[in-house]
Design a protein around this ligand. Structure first.
Ligand code: CA
Length: 221
């Protein structure tokens, strides 16, 4: 027995996937296609995708906001977990990566649920707020450039409804976030400070799951 999360070696990770993963065929194709990409590390772990789909269903998510799309696996996962009238606003800046996303969303038949906006995400979040969409989203996922995490979080906190969830990815930064070194880039120091600030943020309730590269979950109070 153990009083802390066990480390996953390759065999145990494979076992975890064997007993839990229930992917749509297009999800699997997209994951395997992206695994061969030079930026493959930017794709969420499959067990994290399984969790996000489960979470979306648990809270009955109908409106989902994604900051950082890459090749679209997480958006596809949540889209498949949504009812027919579900709406996703997906923010990214890369035409190249999101072209892969679009192709797979279409093949899975969920592209009509996803509005992809290609411009700096903060601009999209500010536009949504200006359009009166505050408090309308059930779930937000922040998985983009780390120096902007604080700004994304503040905007998402306004855009999700009370009881809604904000999930924040890569909060461990492969372990570097725990004890930033002077030579680390500013993003490491910023994520370190951001992580520390959430514990006593009176606007939320939070927990951290040691899945993937660390996932913080916040519910808006
Ligand atoms: Ca990530």
């Amino acid at each position: 027995m153990t009083s802390r999360t066990v480390a996953l070696d390759s065999a145990l990770h494979q076992y975890l996937l064997d007993i839990t993963l229930t992917e749509h065929p297009v999800q699997r194709e997209l994951r395997e296609f992206t695994a061969g990409h030079r930026m493959a590390k930017m794709q969420i772990a499959p067990e994290q995708g399984q969790f996000m789909g489960w979470l979306a269903r648990l809270i009955g998510a109908r409106r989902y906001l994604e900051v950082g799309v890459f090749t679209g696996y997480s958006a596809l996962t949540v889209a498949l977990a949504m009812p027919e009238d579900g709406e996703i606003v997906a923010c990214d800046v890369s035409e190249t990566f999101t072209a892969i996303a679009r192709e797979h969303w279409a093949r899975a038949g969920v592209e009509h649920r996803i509005r992809l906006v290609l411009q700096p995400a903060l601009r999209t979040l500010e536009t949504l707020l200006a359009e009166g969409r505050a408090g309308q989203f059930d779930l937000a996922f922040i998985d983009a450039d780390k120096p902007s995490y604080r700004d994304y979080y503040e905007a998402c906190l306004e855009l999700v409804r009370p009881g809604g969830v904000i999930a924040i990815d890569n909060i461990f930064l492969s372990g570097r976030a725990a004890a930033p070194q002077p030579e680390d880039p500013p993003g490491v120091h910023l994520v370190h400070a951001f992580n520390a600030s959430l514990k006593n943020d009176p606007r939320i309730r939070q927990c951290v799951l040691p899945v993937g590269d660390g996932l913080t979950l916040c519910t808006r109070l």
